[in-house]
Structure formats: structure tokens, C-alpha cells
Ligand binder design. Structure first.
Ligand code: HGY
Ligand code: MN
Ligand code: MN
Length: 413
């Protein structure tokens, strides 16, 4: 018989507001770049909090953290719940954090009720989900899933030339465990939707059936530094002009395919001096689509546009794909457990896919995985104004708890 355990909404909200002070910004967001000192502080909080709930905290070779609490039958692999604690440079209070703290609140509800699950329960904090400081995104869950090697992850550099390994060692979170060795029955990830659909449809819970395909590229455009006053227009090799035209072409590709998104988010203009014609520009490209065939067509359009734009401007360019995360579908049995969790909670819900990337996209490769969404105000995320309500956070955590207990029951049943 599955007990009717209840989330404590105030306790969850207090924990969210407490951790939001670690890297908190004046505008009410969080700047907690992966493997920064702020990340170390929130990891320390995570470790102490989970140990206080009877967990043993394990850290793997790329900094992934797993807090494991025994169950009645420790011959079973643990059921994992979790997400990430790193944020964008101008991130919000809930992206990733709600998934980790919602998992901790679910555990607190079990401990408060003196309830012991059949399987052990693990709470996961995945390193570098954002991919903002060290590209690509979901790097450490990708190592765990065997998509990337540890050496590849350790070698990644931020824009200041600091390596992932160097930053990991600097905060003291390079564990001894091989990434991927610690196995789990399943992975449940609670997350804010980061889009407008749930709010727009006045629906509390998203039953997430998968994540769309995502590809990242890096482009360097080379022209010639020259004097803005003495160089006639017809003699220029203006790298920034080439980049500007490509930014417009990439946006047009996103417009051309229904359901697509296409973005240039990072650009570095060199030498970036007001009276020098820019000789070199670096920029990133983010293409996404639920259908891999359309995503591939978008890539072909993007690669065809580069010479069309650059050659008439006498510019050279280098382009390379640095990340390819194919569209993924979540586990049918776990989706059914989430549906049962929703039914027990009484909240409204709808099926949906995720536009944003999540660690769940990679854990789904190596274990049954599912996600649960709650609304966020205006669908705004990756923005310091990101917000959701205490009730929405509690609703997501309640469905997470219900779904995990349902899965545990089915396991032992
Ligand atoms: O890029 C993403 O979708 C995720 O937020 N890292
Ligand atoms: Mn996230
Ligand atoms: Mn994010």
C-alpha cells in the first residue's frame, strides 16, 4: 500500500530561497557558474543537507554528486531523482535547482513520515548541465552516459582558458568514482518548463515524453583589421559584417521550419575597438528541432549560407559542430508512474516535449528516465526574472514524490 506522503510547500520554498542566496544577484537571479566558488558552496550545502537526511554522498570523477539513502531492500538499485545546481551567468532561482531541492523535499517527506521505500533512493546533482562556462551542455551527465570521455570533459576550456579539470580540482569536487559505474533503477527529473505552454493553458503539471534534438556549432570569421576612417568601403574585409549577415540567415532558418529554434547567443568581436574595422569574429550557433530530419536540413541550410555570405565580403571562415544531442523519448513505464502521481495529486496535466536540454536527455540512454514540468511565469527562463510560485514548486515536488513511490511499489510488487 503506497502511503499518502505530503510535500511541505513552505519547507521547499524556504530551501529554494536559502540556496538562491549562493550566487544571488541584485536583480533577484543567480550567477552560479559550474565549478565556480559559488558552485562549491552550494555543493557543500547539498552534501551537508543530504547527510543530515541519512544519505551517503558519492562524487564521481567529473563532479556528479549522488546522495544515497538505504531502502528496505538494498539489493535493488537506487531510484534516482535530481537535476543540476549550476546556473547561467544571469540565471534564475529555479532552473535545475527545483529538481534537486524538490528531490530533497521528497526525501524529507519520507523521513518525516518515518517511511522507508523498498529500493534505496538517490538524489543527483549533475555537474555543468548548463554548458555556459564549459561547452557543451549536459557535459557530466554525458560522461556518465558514455557520450563523452572523462578526458574530453576534463579538457574543455572556458573563454578564459581555464580547464574543466582545473576548475573541478580548485573546488575540491573531483571524486574517485568512475562516471557511470554507479547504476540506478531509473531517473526522475523535476524542472520548470522554461517555456509558456503550461501557464498559457492554465495547467499545473507537464508530463514530459522526451527532449528535442540539439546541435551546437562554433564559427570564426576572418577578415582584416583596418582603420575605420582611412579604409574605403569597397576595400574592407569586415568580419563583423559577415557575422551580422549570418546571424540574420540563422534566424531565417529557425523561421523556415515549423517547430524549429535557431539562435546565435555568444559573439566575440576582435579587436572590438570603435575605430578599427573588426578583423575577426567568433560566434556560437544553437539549432534545435523535435525531428532529426528537419534538424539535419537546418544544418545543411546553415552550412550552405556560410560561403554565400562570406565569399562576396572576401572573408574566410571556420565552422565546426561541437555538440549533437539527438531527440530522445522517455520511458513509457515511468511516464505511466508520473500519470499515476498526477492522478493521486489531483493536479491538471498535459503531455509535452522539452524544448530545453536536460541531464535526463542523457540519462535516458542508460536507464529508464522521465521528466515532470511545472509552469514558470511568462515562460521566461535563463533570465534573472525567472519565477514560479510556491504552489507550483510544491505541486511538482508532490507529483515527483507520488511518482517515485508508485515506481518503488511496482518494483517491489
Ligand atoms: O541549453 C539548454 O537547453 C539547457 O538549458 N542547458
Ligand atoms: Mn536546467
Ligand atoms: Mn538552463
Amino acid at each position: 500500500m503506497i502511503p499518502n506522503l505530503q510535500i511541505d510547500a513552505a519547507r521547499l520554498w524556504d530551501a529554494l530561497m536559502e540556496t538562491a542566496t549562493i550566487g544571488g544577484t541584485a536583480k533577484g537571479g543567480i550567477r552560479r557558474l559550474t565549478l565556480s566558488d559559488e558552485d562549491r558552496r552550494v555543493r557543500d550545502w547539498f552534501k551537508a543537507t543530504c547527510e543530515g537526511l541519512g544519505c551517503t554522498v558519492h562524487v564521481d570523477e567529473v563532479g556528479n554528486m549522488f546522495a544515497v539513502r538505504p531502502g528496505r531492500n538494498n539489493a535493488l538499485l537506487p531510484i534516482a531523482m535530481g537535476s543540476h545546481l549550476d546556473t547561467q551567468p544571469t540565471g534564475g532561482k529555479f532552473d535545475g535547482v527545483l529538481g534537486v531541492l524538490g528531490a530533497i523535499e521528497a526525501r524529507r517527506a519520507m523521513v518525516a513520515a518515518g517511511y522507508e521505500t523498498s529500493a534505496p533512493i538517490a538524489t543527483a546533482n549533475w555537474t555543468n548541465e548548463e554548458g555556459s562556462r564549459f561547452a557543451p551542455a549536459m557535459l557530466a551527465s554525458g560522461v556518465y552516459a558514455g557520450v563523452f570521455t572523462p578526458d574530453y570533459a576534463w579538457s574543455r576550456e572556458d573563454r578564459d582558458g581555464v580547464t574543466f579539470a582545473g576548475a573541478l580540482d580548485a573546488i575540491g569536487y573531483r571524486g574517485i568514482e568512475k562516471a557511470g559505474e554507479r547504476r540506478f533503477q531509473a531517473m526522475f527529473e523535476l524542472h520548470i518548463e522554461q517555456g509558456p505552454i503550461l501557464e498559457d493553458q492554465n495547467t499545473m503539471i507537464g508530463v514530459v515524453k522526451g527532449v528535442q534534438g540539439m546541435r551546437w556549432y562554433e564559427v570564426t570569421v576572418s577578415g582584416q583589421d583596418a582603420h575605420t576612417g582611412a579604409t574605403p568601403m569597397y576595400l574592407r574585409r569586415n568580419a563583423l559584417l559577415g557575422a551580422a549577415r549570418m546571424i540574420d540567415r540563422i534566424d531565417a532558418i529557425g523561421q523556415a521550419y515549423p517547430g524549429a529554434v535557431a539562435t546565435v547567443g555568444l559573439i566575440e568581436n576582435r579587436p572590438n575597438s570603435r575605430n578599427v574595422i573588426p578583423g575577426e569574429v567568433f560566434f556560437t550557433v544553437d539549432l534545435r528541432h523535435p525531428d532529426e530530419r528537419d534538424l539535419h536540413r537546418m544544418e545543411l541550410d546553415f552550412r550552405a549560407a556560410l560561403p554565400e555570405v562570406m565569399e562576396p565580403l572576401t572573408l574566410a571562415f571556420e565552422e565546426r559542430m561541437i555538440w549533437n544531442s539527438p531527440a530522445v523519448s522517455f520511458d513509457a513505464n515511468l511516464i505511466d508512474c508520473v500519470r499515476a502521481g498526477v492522478a493521486k495529486s489531483g493536479y491538471t496535466s498535459r503531455d509535452m516535449a522539452s524544448g530545453a536540454g536536460h541531464d535526463a536527455a542523457y540519462t535516458a540512454r542508460v536507464m529508464p528516465t522521465v521528466m515532470i514540468f511545472v509552469p514558470c511565469a511568462g515562460g521566461i527562463s535563463h533570465n534573472e526574472a525567472e519565477s514560479t510560485t510556491r504552489e507550483e514548486c510544491a505541486a511538482g515536488a508532490q507529483v515527483l514524490l507520488n511518482a517515485v513511490l508508485e515506481y518503488d511499489e511496482r518494483l517491489s510488487g
